[in-house]
Design a protein around this ligand. Structure first.
Ligand SMILES: NC(=O)c1ccc[n+]([C@@H]2O[C@H](COP(=O)([O-])OP(=O)(O)OC[C@H]3O[C@@H](n4cnc5c(N)ncnc54)[C@H](OP(=O)(O)O)[C@@H]3O)[C@@H](O)[C@H]2O)c1
Length: 258
């Protein structure tokens, strides 16, 4: 599996499998089976959150798969409303219990909220020092909030919305400058006109519009992504993106999509 490598100042190296499996809004048995299937076909990066209310099933799917725990990057997120010092302690314990794991590989703050980010990052660091959370990151952050967060903790990953037609240049540039991984969520939430262009380009490579969208993301420095699918064939398709390359003209054409 291709990886994005983050080396945040003051933090440990984080290797992010370039295509992870998004689990929102999967719940219950469907989620458990989807996670086990995703791992069986090669995914090694699982994205969940307290907000998704599926950590029990994500953990169960991981065990069902028989894949070694250490081979998988497990990511969860604390809700902004729980991001005060006591809340982080409580929510990390809840995630560990529900996932039934002894550590969470990467803990993200789900979004900025009313708790000062300095307090949240201090609480994340406590969890890191206790060995429960080797890596720390944030989600739905702009550059100003990133500057504040990274002054308090070694931010290894930013998870923000990104796909063809959405401009994220400033946060991407920040991530590259600081050797931070950028994980693109909702990578396939692409409108019909853009899908048609992606499909046309895909025909040249024998790939679908979705594979072209994912490939476009992965050909950008520091970018990984977490597509979600209820469909077993789509899950396999979304991982089959390492055997073709978009040329510079194709990359530019996709970047110009509105
Ligand atoms: N940090 C945050 O605030 C945040 C916010 C939103 C999402 N996320 C994370 O990002 C993950 C992905 O984002 P998302 O769930 O919003 O959307 P997404 O992955 O961009 O899109 C999912 C949609 O694409 C379809 N799809 C998947 N693979 C396809 C393929 N190969 N061909 C055609 N259609 C395909 C799915 O349908 P089928 O099921 O039929 O395949 C589904 O309708 C979430 O699951 C979650 O883990 C994070």
């Amino acid at each position: 599996m291709h990886e994005v490598i983050a080396t945040p100042p003051g933090g440990a190296e984080l290797r992010v499998p370039a295509v992870g499996f998004g689990t929102w809004p999967l719940r219950g048995q469907e989620c458990r089976e989807a996670v086990a299937h995703a791992l069986s076909v090669g995914y090694r990066h699982l994205d969940t959150a307290r907000m998704y209310r599926n950590e029990v099933e994500v953990g169960a799917g991981l065990r069902d798969s028989g894949i070694e725990r250490d081979e998988v990057l497990v990511v969860t997120k604390v809700r902004p409303g729980d991001a005060d010092r006591a809340g982080v302690r409580r929510e990390v314990e809840a995630s560990l219990r529900e996932l039934d794991l002894d550590h969470i590989d990467l803990l993200l703050l789900h979004a900025p909220g009313s708790v000062p980010v300095e307090e949240t990052m201090g609480a994340f660091r406590e969890q890191q020092e206790a060995g429960k959370v080797p890596h720390i990151g944030v989600s739905n952050f702009g550059v100003d909030a990133l500057e504040r967060a990274s002054a308090e903790a070694p931010i290894a990953c930013v998870q923000n919305e990104y796909r063809p037609g959405l401009d994220q240049d400033d946060v991407l540039a920040w991530c590259r400058r600081h050797a931070v991984a950028y994980v693109a969520y909702s990578p396939l939430d692409v409108g019909q006109p853009a899908r048609e262009v992606l499909a046309e380009l895909g025909e040249r490579h024998g790939k679908s519009w979705a594979q072209v969208a994912i490939r476009w993301l992965l050909q950008q420095e520091q970018v990984a992504t977490i597509p979600r699918s209820r469909d077993t064939e789509h899950r396999e398709q979304n991982l089959a993106v390492f055997d073709f390359e978009l040329d510079p003209g194709e990359m530019t054409r996709i970047s110009a999509l509105d």
